[in-house]
Ligand binder design. Structure first.
Ligand code: SAJ
Length: 431
């Protein structure tokens, strides 16, 4: 049953049909907007037009079947819209330098088809300054003045892949613009589609800064517990138990958890945008950099735990086949962006010439074996990389049956006592 029942709101163009853009496009369509989705990949465009979601996000497939999103690779669709929302990735390159290429390309495509009165809203996560220093100049190459002929706003995306509770529909947002008129027009768009409050920020820079600090906050807190875990491991203290203890304090403590590494398209990436921009203004974010350094060291720390665990069994890493449980960067999603598993694979290969298999039930095509059982049959030691529900449910006796020598629990998700009782060397991260 189509959801396009409500009165027409007008036309919106959403540039970028990934984790952020596609849910937004579906929501706008459901709320009565005529929606053009602009993307680069013709196959994804064809999928969307056939009502097939190219993004493996729960519920998105069903939603796309019930609304109409007209997908195209042609930026001329922008001409028909009164609102244009940019939802393209903002990655970092191999040297962790921010890469605004997708944003620049999107804005370049838009500026060629601008018309008076349009409001352009950037949802991609960027450091403070990008809207005014990068987006605005490109838009004004069209001859239009931002703030006069067209308007520019920033509403940072807050999509949490896999989260069924907090979605594009009900996540509160912040919104900033280069001028009052742009703020008003952008606020009217979001008021027409969201079922959540939108906080209006003093300026577009403050809106850009909100998202960056949200995620930098999370990164430094994860780095904090990762450092604590490495210290407590040497003191024989169970870090997880300590965190559970600290959580009994009903205020001023927010639990984060040590792990094999920090992946995803947000947390390990966003701090670099601020670090780089601040450096250009002569400020050195030593704390943010240190947090990134600590979190980036966790894959190597985890492999080192395996080396030591195998030593207890008088085995070397190069003499065993390692089973990696999980490719996704976090549990119960099929998203591998910046996944720590890739870094562990590289370390095993480059530094230890160790053989490995990888199995992820959410990513069968990227697994090297068809089933978990195959992985357990072929491997002598395991690293739990992702705490998918399927891995948490494993009956530990099977590890004994499959003669597993050592298990490194990269997410502290398995039963340490039960595994140890089976005579298998167990090491968690901080326990
Ligand atoms: N991680 C830890 N320890 C923790 C929490 C996470 O090691 O205590 C690791 C995860 O395993 C993963 C990475 O960090 O590899 C990122 O985890 P995440 O839970 O932050 O997941 P993301 O990347 O999907 O983050 C999103 C973010 N949402 C947006 O940027 C819009 C983030 O701001 C949210 O806080 C997060 O979802 C969330 O809370 O679920």
């Amino acid at each position: 049953m189509s959801l396009n029942k409500q009165r027409r709101q007008g036309t919106v163009a959403v540039v970028g049909l990934g984790y952020v853009g596609l849910p937004l496009a579906c929501l706008a369509a459901e709320k009565g907007w005529r929606v053009f989705g602009i993307g680069r990949d013709p196959r994804k465009i064809e999928d969307v037009n056939r009502g097939i979601s190219p993004v493996p996000e729960p519920g998105l497939q069903r939603w796309l079947k019930r609304v109409t999103v007209t997908a195209t690779t042609d930026y001329r669709a922008v001409k028909k819209a009164s609102v244009i929302v940019i939802c393209v990735p903002t990655p970092v390159d191999h040297a962790y330098n921010p890469d605004l290429t997708p944003v620049r390309q999107a804005v370049e495509g838009i500026r060629q088809h601008l018309k008076r009165g349009q409001v352009i809203i950037l949802e991609s996560t960027v450091n403070p300054g990008v809207s005014e220093e990068v987006v605005k100049p490109i838009l004004e190459k069209s001859g239009f003045r931002v703030g006069k002929h067209v308007f520019l706003a920033h509403c940072p995306e807050r999509i949490d892949p896999g989260n069924r509770k907090w979605t594009v529909r009900n996540i509160p947002r912040v919104l900033g613009a280069t001028d009052a008129k742009g703020l008003k027009r952008a606020a009217a768009f979001y008021a027409s589609i969201l079922e959540a409050p939108v906080k209006l920020m003093k300026s577009i820079k403050e809106a850009e800064a909100v998202k960056i600090i949200e995620n930098a906050f999370r990164d430094v807190n994860i780095a904090f517990v990762n450092e604590i875990a490495r210290s407590f491991a040497r003191l024989g203290i169970d870090t997880l138990d300590v965190i559970e203890g600290a959580k009994t304090k009903p205020f001023a403590f927010l639990a984060h958890y040590p792990s094999v590494g920090v992946g995803g398209h947000c947390i390990p990436v966003d701090p670099y945008y601020l670090i780089e921009r601040a450096k250009r203004s002569g400020f050195n974010h030593q704390f943010l950099k240190l947090a990134r350094e600590i979190n980036n060291s966790m894959p190597a720390y985890t492999v080192d735990l395996l080396v030591r665990a195998l030593n207890e069994k008088r085995r070397s890493l190069s003499s065993v086949r390692v089973g990696l449980l999980g490719l996704a960067y976090k549990k119960n999603v099929a998203d591998t962006r910046e996944s720590p598993t890739f870094r562990v694979m590289k370390i095993l290969t480059d530094e230890y010439r160790a053989a490995f298999e990888v199995f992820d039930p959410h990513l069968p095509d990227q697994s090297t074996v068809p089933t978990l059982n195959d992985l357990l049959d072929r491997c002598d030691a395991l690293i739990l990389m992702t705490d998918h529900d399927e891995f948490r449910a494993i009956r530990v006796r099977i590890f004994k049956e499959k003669k597993i020598l050592a298990i490194i629990d990269g997410k502290n998700a398995l039963d340490k006592e039960a595994i140890t009782k089976l005579g298998i060397v167990y090491r968690g991260i901080g326990r």
